[in-house]
Design a protein around this ligand. Structure first.
Ligand SMILES: Nc1ncnc2c1ncn2[C@@H]1O[C@H](COP(=O)(O)OP(=O)(O)OP(=O)(O)O)[C@@H](O)[C@H]1O
Ligand SMILES: [Mg+2]
Length: 298
C-alpha cells in the first residue's frame, strides 16, 4: 500500500525563469520544483541570483520570462508572475524575510507579530471604524491574533521579551522574531533569505531545529537561501544551486555536495582558489585535496 504521507506534492514550480536588468542577466532559464512540507535550499556564490529569485517569487520584480506556479495543498493555483506583491502575500500566502532585518524597531515584539496579521484583522472589522470600535467579531479576531503571536513567540523563545522594543533585542533574537512574524501570516510557502547570517553556532543549530519544526509540524514549504552549509546540508530535503544566474545542480544534499559542477563553482576554475571557510568542512575531501595540491604548487 502506498503511504500517502510520503508522496511529494509540488508546491512551487519555477519554469524557465529569466530576470534581466538591462544587459545583466540575474536569473537565466532557471527551472525547479519545491515540494510541499519540504525544505528546499537555494545556494550559490555571492551574486548568483538567489535574492533576485526570491524577489520574482514574492512579486518585487516581474520576471522578464518564465512561469512561477504556486499550488496550495487544497489544489488552488496561483500564477505568481502575474500577481502584484501584496496579492502574493495576501492571497497566495507566501511570506518572506529579508537579507537585512526589517522589523518595526520602535514597536514592541508582540506588536510586530499582531501587525503582521492586519489582513485578518481588517477583514474582521468589516472595513469600518465602527467595526474596530465594537464588533464582537473584531474583538474575537484580535484575541486570536494575540494568541497566535504568543504561540510563535513561545516557539522562538521570545515570550519573556513580548513587551520589549523589537529594535532593542539582540541580533540573533531579531532574526528569530522575523521568522515568527512571517509564520503569523500562516503562509503556505515561507521564503527565508540568509536567516543564519551573523548567528553563532548554537543559534544556527536552534534555527535549524525551528525550521524542521515549521516543516514537520506545520507542513509549511520552506525556501531557504543560506550560505551556512552546516545548516543547509543538515535540514534540507532538496538543494538547488545557482551560479551566475543559472541552475548548475539540483538534488538531495548528498548528491549536490559531491557534484563536480558545485565544487567547481565554489572553488572557481582557478586551481589555487581558496575554499571559503564556511563550506570547507562540508565539501567532500576530494575538493579539499584539490586546494591542498594547489597550495603545494602540485
Ligand atoms: N535591482 C537590480 N538592478 C540591477 N541589478 C541587480 C538588481 N538586483 C540584483 N541585481 C544584480 O543581479 C545579480 C544577482 O544579485 P542577487 O542579489 O540576486 O545575488 P545573490 O545570489 O542574492 O547574492 P548574495 O549571496 O551576495 O546575497 C547581481 O549581479 C546584482 O548586482
Ligand atoms: Mg542575496
Amino acid at each position: 500500500m502506498t503511504d500517502l504521507s510520503m508522496t511529494k506534492t509540488p508546491l512551487l514550480t519555477v519554469e524557465h525563469l529569466t530576470m534581466r536588468f538591462g544587459g545583466l542577466v540575474a536569473n537565466s532559464d532557471v527551472s525547479f520544483v519545491a515540494n510541499n512540507a519540504e525544505i528546499t535550499a537555494i545556494i550559490g556564490p555571492n551574486g548568483a541570483g538567489k535574492t533576485t529569485l526570491f524577489n520574482c517569487i514574492t512579486g518585487f520584480y516581474t520576471p522578464t520570462v518564465g512561469r512561477l506556479t504556486l499550488r496550495h495543498p487544497d489544489g488552488k493555483e496561483f500564477l505568481l508572475e502575474r500577481m502584484p506583491g501584496y496579492r502574493i502575500s495576501q492571497k497566495a500566502s507566501v511570506a518572506r524575510t529579508f537579507q537585512n532585518i526589517r522589523l518595526f524597531g520602535g514597536m514592541s515584539v508582540l506588536e510586530n507579530l499582531v501587525v503582521a496579521q492586519h489582513n485578518k484583522l481588517i477583514r474582521a472589522s468589516g472595513f469600518s471604524i465602527a467595526g474596530l470600535l465594537g464588533l464582537p467579531s473584531y474583538r474575537k479576531a484580535e484575541s486570536e491574533a494575540i494568541d497566535l503571536a504568543k504561540y510563535w513567540l513561545d516557539r522562538v523563545r521570545l515570550l519573556d521579551f513580548a513587551d520589549w522594543s523589537a529594535g532593542n533585542l539582540p541580533y540573533g533574537a531579531q532574526r528569530r522574531l522575523e521568522i515568527a512574524r512571517a509564520m503569523c501570516t500562516e503562509p503556505v510557502l515561507l521564503c527565508l533569505d540568509e536567516p543564519a547570517a551573523g548567528l553563532n553556532p548554537r543559534e544556527s543549530a536552534e534555527l535549524a531545529e525551528l525550521l524542521t519544526f515549521i516543516r514537520d509540524d506545520h507542513k509549511t514549504g520552506v525556501l531557504l537561501i543560506e550560505h551556512d552549509m552546516s545548516v543547509v546540508m543538515r535540514i534540507s530535503d532538496h538543494v538547488v544551486v545557482l551560479d551566475y544566474g543559472r541552475k548548475i545542480s539540483d538534488g538531495d544534499p548528498a548528491f549536490v555536495k559531491n557534484d563536480p559542477a558545485v565544487i567547481r563553482a565554489y572553488l572557481g576554475e582557478d586551481e589555487d582558489a581558496e575554499l571559503p571557510a564556511e563550506v570547507a568542512n562540508d565539501l567532500p575531501e576530494v575538493a579539499q585535496n584539490d586546494v591542498k595540491r594547489a597550495e603545494e604548487g602540485a
